[in-house]
Design a protein around this ligand. Structure first.
Ligand code: UD1
Ligand code: CA
Length: 481
């Protein structure tokens, strides 16, 4: 309690309120896409989602997202985690920030402005930016980066004494300015009141006839305000995604970062370069990922699992100790110590209990298989409810579809379904029942009964010889004619 009290006191005395404006109104023409730029995913998560997460992790109490192109799509993705203002016409980044003015008018604090297309900026970097801004008592602090290929970015122009003087956009650069390698990442801290006062003075007299947010820097310097630059430690954080080339670069950086994070958390990754893990995937310690493993969506992996080689798992839950190799899983649940594959396909609605075995060339869809059941080879189990310790033989299938309707197959605990059985749904195999191989089952089988549904075998002595002779003679006649 005491500690908490002092922490609060310190906060009141020192740090200012943190606010954020995320720019996400542009269409992203250079993406040449039907999808709005900031919704393009990087490691499975829309860019603007990465940005908002970093902003909120860095302690921003309010986040205003400026929306325009695709406003409804962006709002429905981010939901209630942010506030929104609409920028009806995209007249530039300065104009975009100005739209947030009414919402932030009464606020006293530091306003972080960040672009929705810079998904790699981390919360730690934002923390460091806030920190420097605060320590220097600055009116503005720009997050900069040294780039060997600065083309396309705004250049940070420093004065003789090394202080930031202004930012010049690529299209407005003189040859000397274009040679500058320090770029504007598009992320800044501003004193909230000074930001909106300076925005009043921004004009659109430039190559793109846009109201540039970057002009605020020069305006504040002119007014003798303190303006600082903070160079990001890892320049890769500053990638701004304007086209698909940068999108792939961002993906590569993010992918490496995610995989590394999991390794540091105790996951063994045999070959990081061929392992793809989505931004929202969680993995328990001591799990081993073999090459070619692709984990995406909201997938949760437990501890001590072994995945891959070549396991593609999307929006699924895998419990501790499970093994999945060379298989595709989508919206499936795999229980503790269960094994899947090689070459299995678990489709949406698959729920496997503990110690289940799903073997090669098995497809499961919308089906529950309880603890200890086995489907070892070449089966299709769809729209089914399978109990505990059931054995489904090689090639057995549920016949769940008549061209119009899907029907349910129920197989109770301890039942045994022989090889190559067709279970014509709706049908039920009772507890402990036995279905003989090759049967086509159209009626339910009561508990502990044996069902056989195939024609009785007849042997014709010596008939094979006759058949061969007949076939041989036919072939000869054909060759002679
Ligand atoms: C901007 C910066 C540039 C910096 C670069 C970093 C300006 C003028 N330039 O250039 O100095 O190096 O980012 O990546 O700020 N947006 C709106 N409304 C608008 C215009 C843009 O919301 O009217 C949004 C876009 O959706 C995007 C962000 O602002 O998320 C940046 O806009 P973009 O056109 O990509 O700016 P850059 O040319 O990359
Ligand atoms: Ca950009």
């Amino acid at each position: 309690m005491r500690e908490n009290y002092f922490f609060k006191k310190e906060k009141e005395a020192g740090a200012l309120k943190r606010l954020a404006i995320v720019l996400a109104a542009g269409q992203g023409k250079r993406m040449k896409s039907k999808l709005y730029k900031v919704l393009h995913p990087v490691c499975g998560k829309p860019m603007v989602g990465h940005v908002l997460n970093a902003v909120q992790e860095a302690g921003c109490e309010r986040s205003i997202v400026v929306v325009g192109h695709g406003a409804e799509a962006v709002k429905s993705y981010l939901g209630s985690s942010a506030e929104y203002v609409l920028q009806e016409q995209q007249l530039g980044t300065g104009h975009a920030v100005k739209q947030a003015g009414p919402l932030l008018a009464g606020e006293e604090g530091v306003t972080l402005v960040i672009c929705g297309d810079t998904p790699l900026v981390t919360a730690e970097t934002l923390e460091a930016l806030f920190d420097l801004h605060h320590r220097k008592g600055a009116a503005a602090t720009v997050l900069t980066a040294k780039m060997e290929q600065p083309h396309g970015y705004g250049r940070v122009i420093r004065g003789a004494n090394g202080t930031v003087e202004r930012i010049v956009e690529q299209k407005d650069c003189s040859p000397e300015e274009a040679a500058v390698q320090e770029i504007n990442t598009g992320t800044y801290c501003f004193d909230n009141a000074k930001l909106f006062a300076a925005l009043e003075k921004v004009t659109n007299k430039n190559a793109q006839q846009e109201y540039y947010l970057t002009d605020v820097i020069g305006i504040l310097v002119q007014a003798n305000e303190i303006v600082e630059g903070y160079a990001v430690t890892d320049v890769r954080e500053s990638i701004g995604v304007n086209d698909r080339v940068a999108l792939a670069e961002a993906e590569a950086v993010m992918r490496e970062r995610i995989v590394r994070g999991h390794m540091l958390n105790g996951v063994t990754v045999i070959d990081p370069a061929s392992t793809y893990i989505g931004a929202e995937v969680t993995i328990g310690a001591d799990t081993v990922l073999y090459p070619g493993t692709v984990l995406s969506g909201k997938t949760t992996i437990g501890e001590d699992c072994v995945l891959g080689p070549a396991a593609e798992i999307e929006d699924s839950v895998i419990q501790d100790g499970a093994k999945v190799k060379q298989s595709v899983l989508s919206r499936a649940e795999v229980g503790r110590e269960t094994t899947v594959g090689p070459f299995a396909y678990l489709r949406p609605g698959t729920k496997l209990g503990a110690h289940v075995k799903i073997g090669d060339f098995v497809e499961i869809k919308n089906a529950t298989l309880d603890d200890g059941s086995k489907v070892s080879h070449l089966s299709y189990v769809g729209d089914a409810k399978v109990g505990k310790n059931v054995n489904i033989g090689c090639g057995a299938i549920t016949v769940n579809y008549d061209g119009y309707n899907k029907s349910i197959t129920e197989i109770e605990d301890d039942a045994f379904v022989g090889s190559n059985v067709n279970l014509i749904a709706p049908v039920k195999v009772g507890k402990g029942a036995y279905v003989v191989a090759g049967s086509t089952i159209t009626q339910s089988v009561p508990e502990n009964d044996l069902a056989i549904a195939r024609t009785r075998q007849e042997n014709k002595p010596g008939y094979a010889e006759k058949i061969r002779a007949r076939a041989k003679a036919k072939k000869q006649r054909q060759q002679e004619s």
